[in-house]
Design a protein around this ligand. Sequence first.
Ligand SMILES: C=C(O[C@H]1C=CC=C(C(=O)O)[C@@H]1O)C(=O)O
Length: 410
Amino acid sequence: MSVPQPRIVSWPGPIPAASEQLFQLLTFGLQQQLPVAAWRLPGTEHVQLCLSLSAEAALTGLPPALSPEAPAGFAFFPFRDSDHNPALFLPADIYWHAEQPDQLHLDATDSRASQLLAFLATEHAADPAPLPWHLSTQPVPHTATQAEYFQLVETGVEAIRHGQVVKVVSSRAARRPLPAHFDVLRAFSDLCARYPRAFVSLVSAPGAGTWLGASPEVLVEIDEQGIFRTMALAGTQALAPGALPHHAIWRQKEIEEQALVARYIVSCFKQLRLREYDETGPRTVVAGQLLHLRTDFAVNLRQVPFPTLGTDMLRLLHPTSAVGGMPKQAALSFLQQHEGYDRAYYSGFLGPVNLPQSGVSRLFVNLRCLQLRSQEAVLYAGTGLTADSDPEREWQETEMKLSTIGAVLR
Ligand SMILES: C=C(O[C@H]1C=CC=C(C(=O)O)[C@@H]1O)C(=O)O
């Protein structure tokens, strides 16, 4: 039996503005209770969208394979895979890129895809009803008070001093009311405008709910030139108004914290017996109103014959020491025992696989994100702890990180 291949079809009828195209595609997907993802890559202008025609097909339970032969779609992976927070891979049954607004990638012989084409060809109400975003059925996570977070940091520092862990990344959730007439799509374009260097995402899927984010951290990337990339991102300070990022001075604590993440990446290369990688940094980078220290790693997959490097590194890296800690298992057990809430998809990973073309994948760590609830949003942020961590400073750091995504709620 031959497998139907996705094809390119023309947008039916006159082509509206990209924001209206996005709205119509999302409307169709959400009204049919299907999983959808929209994203804007760092440093680019155009939004892309992937819509799956079956909610069940998105429940993979496995990290995606990053090979050109693997299915194309959008990965949405939790911090910890569980029944509450299933690992999702949204097959790209429908794919749209605002750069080619006249095109839709789909299999027109599929009856649901033809329903979409019929839907797009019809006139839409000028004053549409709000979109039926998917909402998580899980309870709202516990949100730590300042006293509870101080306690968590102190327990983390104790664990480091006793040698149970070398580094651990504690985190918390915070509830914020939604402003009146909050519009998710407007918030998504607001994020795109505010954070041109971030990976801006909007994912809405049965079982997972709706998540918005502006992540500064690449987990694993394979680009059009066959270059594999990953990064060690850690250390945080506020970007003072008028200050130049490269004038930032880092404390020993942040330098060590970031060096541990970089060392972990090198240990993963070693585990795979890969010696031919480029390492650049650490240097100071801007993420919204914050500065981080970043080391970039690159491998040219056309020169180093390692076709499974992307898939192998993804499995070794997640969750990285920038969101879990080191040693990995000890840090994860510490968090399981002491963090006191469910991170769900915060500090998981997400991004397009084999889109817009096979062999190209871009996965990011799900940071600076929020989860939409019916009347409120749940925001998430964490901080890397070392033996010198001070609870008050760590709390302030989570406040600064929360304000990156919190900006769209004001
Ligand atoms: C865990 C988060 O950030 C990570 C990435 C950059 C800097 C970090 C830090 O300074 O602690 C964190 O490792 C978060 O934003 O919630």
